[in-house]
Design a protein around this ligand. Structure first.
Ligand code: FES
Length: 100
């Protein structure tokens, strides 16, 4: 099975190798995808993203995500890029979708 993390930033889109134990935001920074972020602690929500594919390859939402995002958002597939850790290799597509 192919294992690719597709990162869709504001203007840059890249397919990179998913590294388990690493957050979506850390992947984006490492691979120079223009992914919005500020706090990296799960409070500003600039790193919010929509997981178009492969949510099952991410670890469960953290306490910070549960506090910051509405339950409906989490259910719809939104995560915070600085909190969402890749749990295992797989095909994942994440699109940075901030509120503003
Ligand atoms: S960078 Fe602020 S919530 Fe992720």
């Amino acid at each position: 099975m192919s294992s690719i993390l597709e990162l869709i930033g504001r203007t840059v889109r890249k397919s990179v190798e998913p590294e388990p134990g690493t957050t979506i935001l850390e992947h984006a920074i490492k691979h120079k995808v223009d992914w919005q972020h500020m706090c990296t602690r799960g409070t500003c929500a600039r790193c919010r993203c929509y997981i178009e594919e492969g949510a099952q390859f991410l670890a469960e939402p953290t306490k910070a995500e549960i506090a910051r995002l509405d339950p409906e958002e989490i259910e719809e597939g939104y995560r915070l890029g600085c909190q969402a850790v890749v749990k295992e290799a797989g095909s994942i597509t994440a699109r940075n979708k901030t509120y503003f």
